[in-house]
Design a binder for this molecule. Structure first.
Ligand SMILES: O=C(O)C(=O)Cc1ccccc1
Length: 301
């Protein structure tokens, strides 16, 4: 399936990086813009869309925890991943010079990824966060703001008639964002190509639980590509079960682990059975083909 006829919901407006990620995962898909991630999730749950795209981590800032929370609050499954090199541009309305800019608006991730370069460019401008990068460009164009610049993709500049003042302004030239593709049903894991599996677990008590969990993978030669803990004290999380019934649960910490194996492999099944012995909560977020496409650090988006 190359994405023909697939409807893929993403947060943002056309020109957002999530739209580019949808196009990379499903080249002929119909990308559906949504105001918020919740709306993108609901679009899939209500069969308005077939997939939702969710950015989950980037090479500079690590995991996007709020988006992981969404995965727990909903019952969608990860069915694919895409790594997208993110190439940011600083843009303003045609004719506006850098010296006139008093405000730079963009998605918080984009602002963080360009912080040093903005300073080096000599911009004395306040930073302001908005919901998505392309939305920032659209907002400037719609309101004819001649004192404001946006950080967004070259595609967004083209779509909203903005002029690019500086190109490739990300501080780290290997800036990559990882997006996951979500669906109502999990895919059937296979063994004929490299697969990754994402899990989240918690434990109540016990000694060296993390060590025991990690050894469940290490003894089976299963590579981890991510291990991250997230403090969750005093913050109950609403989990849904298979019947979509929600309950609030308290966990001290949640652990996110991605490992390089398919759930169709016996070694992965055994590793998870072992993890389950130590965990008070365990959920497989998905087992899906790894994005193996090479990307060049200086490449565009
Ligand atoms: O706002 C966007 O365009 C997004 O898709 C989120 C995002 C922001 C910055 C880097 C990568 C993804």
């Amino acid at each position: 399936m190359h994405g023909s006829q697939l409807r893929v919901a993403y947060q943002g407006v056309p020109g957002a990086y999530s739209e580019a990620a949808a196009g990379k995962a499903y080249p002929k898909c119909e990308a559906i813009p949504c105001d918020q991630f919740e709306v993108a999730f609901q679009a899939v749950e209500l069969w308005i869309a077939d997939r939702a795209v969710l950015p989950v981590e980037n090479s500079l800032g690590g995991s996007i925890h709020r988006n992981y929370d969404l995965l727990l609050r909903h019952r969608l499954h990860i069915v694919g991943e895409v790594q997208l090199p993110v190439h940011h541009c600083l843009m303003a309305l045609p004719g506006v010079r850098k010296e006139y800019i008093t405000r730079v608006i963009s998605h918080p991730q984009a602002l963080a990824q360009c912080e040093h370069t903005l300073t080096k460019l000599g911009l004395q401008a306040a930073r302001e966060a908005v919901d998505d990068t392309a939305g920032a460009a659209e907002y400037i164009a719609a309101n004819n703001l001649r004192d404001t610049a946006a950080i967004a993709s070259a595609r967004a500049a083209e779509l909203y008639g903005m002029q690019i003042l500086a190109d490739g302004i990300q501080d780290d030239c290997g800036n990559v964002t990882r997006f996951v593709m979500l669906a109502r049903e999990p895919i059937i894991p296979r063994t004929d190509r490299p697969f990754k599996t994402s899990i989240v677990f918690a434990h109540d008590k016990g000694t060296s639980v993390l060590f025991k969990v990690l050894s469940a993978f290490a003894f089976r030669n299963i590579n981890l590509t991510k291990i991250e803990s997230r403090p969750h004290r005093n913050r109950p999380i609403r989990l849904v079960d298979d019947a979509n019934v929600g309950t609030a649960k308290h966990f001290e910490y949640l652990f996110y682990v991605d490992f390089e194996a398919s759930m169709a492999e016996v070694r992965a099944q055994n590793a998870l059975a072992e993890v389950q012995e130590f965990a008070s909560f365990l959920r497989v977020l998905g087992s899906y083909p790894m994005d193996m496409t090479p990307w060049s650090p200086s490449g565009g988006d």
